[in-house]
Design a protein around this ligand. Structure first.
Ligand SMILES: C[S@@+](CC[C@H](N)C(=O)[O-])C[C@H]1O[C@@H](n2cnc3c(N)ncnc32)[C@H](O)[C@@H]1O
Length: 371
């Protein structure tokens, strides 16, 4: 196994600077919304079960909000359930890394200068920081959510991943690379530690009886959300390695620091003592599921390969580009090279769409803070 290292160049307890900003993430995050939509019943259940007796604001926070399109929808949904239940003021908080592009979030919180949450006792705010740190005061939070975000690890558990660009490895069908067993174990362990730390931090912030909904892309026995998609990005990067534009050493050090967990791996830190969070939360609901991916559905119905390839590549470009860019030497034409990698991905996909089938597996748990 290669030695571990945190030298990512990103802010503390994070391995990315965030999504592609300037509206690009918002425009390319419909699959993520579909994955959230499937757990809206959990969100409703959480909102209905929030402890709202007492005084002062009821506080709702979404961690890993990105540019906010999906995050604001989530808050709207919670508010629809919550406001009829209480007269207390409500504080909504959208949180992401300090390097996240918050500009669209702020604009969308005040479209045409008016608050998006149409109620004079709802007040919105944004907080920059890693979700693996405590970001809010002790016992101040009533509902915490995180969607499609906790798969991004807090640190790089290994220095290099020489044979592939994501720790879960290539799809069985494509097999275009390898990940050593001990490297994979290091990521699996890091992923559990991250959930353990996340639970500890939220446990401090949440009031007793407060709710925590954790949802993220992941894997089941049959498939993983990385299949197809990362095979394609890996192939596109390797074309540039073969052409001598990216060195073999750079390729071996580059990986996307995300891990596709199974539901069991997500739940383990809640139920086991070994990750510092055992006993803090009670499990209310869990779910492992697959969503119909909008660009797959559209391609099936209209057969428009150009559009499919663009939508598919833009979808993963939004959440992989900052890490890929940071992994490449800082040369004047680095951005051009990154553009060419994604253009190559479009070409490869159009030439062989059946080689890179994408499936979106997701997992979720709804928890209650004990105490
Ligand atoms: C794929 S986006 C999900 C955005 C939104 N929740 C959604 O479902 O559409 C993942 C988000 O997690 C954020 N993220 C990654 N690591 C993080 C960390 N350590 N702390 C807080 N946010 C993080 C990224 O910046 C990004 O905005």
């Amino acid at each position: 196994m290669s030695t571990s290292g945190d030298n990512t160049g990103f802010s503390a307890h994070s391995t990315t600077s965030g999504m592609v900003g300037g509206g690009f993430y918002n425009a390319n995050s419909s699959p993520q919304w579909k994955a959230i939509e499937a757990v809206l019943p959990f969100l409703d259940q959480a909102a209905q079960g929030l402890p709202v007796t007492g005084s002062g604001p009821v506080c709702l926070a979404d961690f890993g909000c990105s540019e906010g399109r999906n995050s604001i929808e989530v808050m709207q949904r919670v508010l629809a359930s919550l406001l009829p239940r209480t007269d207390r003021p409500v504080q909504t908080i959208h949180s992401d890394l300090p390097t996240n592009d918050f500009s669209k979030l702020f604009l969308n919180l005040r479209p045409e200068g008016r608050p998006v949450f149409d109620c004079n006792r709802v007040f919105s705010a944004a907080v920059g920081g890693s979700m693996y740190d405590q970001l809010l005061p002790d016992r101040s939070l009533h509902l915490a959510t995180t969607f499609n975000a906790i798969g991004f690890l807090s640190r790089r558990p290994v220095e290099a991943l020489p044979g592939y660009i994501i720790p879960n490895g290539p799809s069985k069908e494509r097999g275009n690379g390898f990940v050593a067993d001990d490297d994979r174990s290091a990521f699996a362990e890091q992923a559990k530690q991250d959930v353990g730390v996340f639970l500890q931090r939220r446990a401090r912030e949440l009031v007793p009886g407060g709710k925590l909904l954790v949802q993220v892309f992941g894997a089941n026995e049959a498939a993983s959300t990385c299949d197809g998609l990362y095979d394609l990005l890996n192939d596109a990067v390797l074309v540039h390695v073969d052409q001598g534009e990216i060195s073999r050493e750079t390729y071996e050090r580059y990986y996307q620091p995300v891990y596709m967990r199974t539901l069991d791996e997500l739940i383990a830190p809640v139920t086991e003592d070994s990750h510092g969070a055992g006993g803090l939360f009670e499990i209310e609901e869990t779910k492992s599921y697959e969503i119909a991916v909008p660009f797959n559905e559209r391609f099936r119905s209209d057969g428009d390969l150009d559009r499919y390839a663009t939508d598919y590549v833009n979808f993963f470009r939004a959440f992989t580009q900052t890490v890929l860019t940071n992994a490449l030497p800082e040369t004047p034409d680095r951005d051009t090279l990154v553009n060419r990698v994604y253009e190559k991905a479009v070409d490869l996909l159009k030439a062989n769409p059946e080689r890179y089938p994408f499936r979106y597996i997701a997992i979720a748990m709804l928890l209650t803070r004990r105490g």
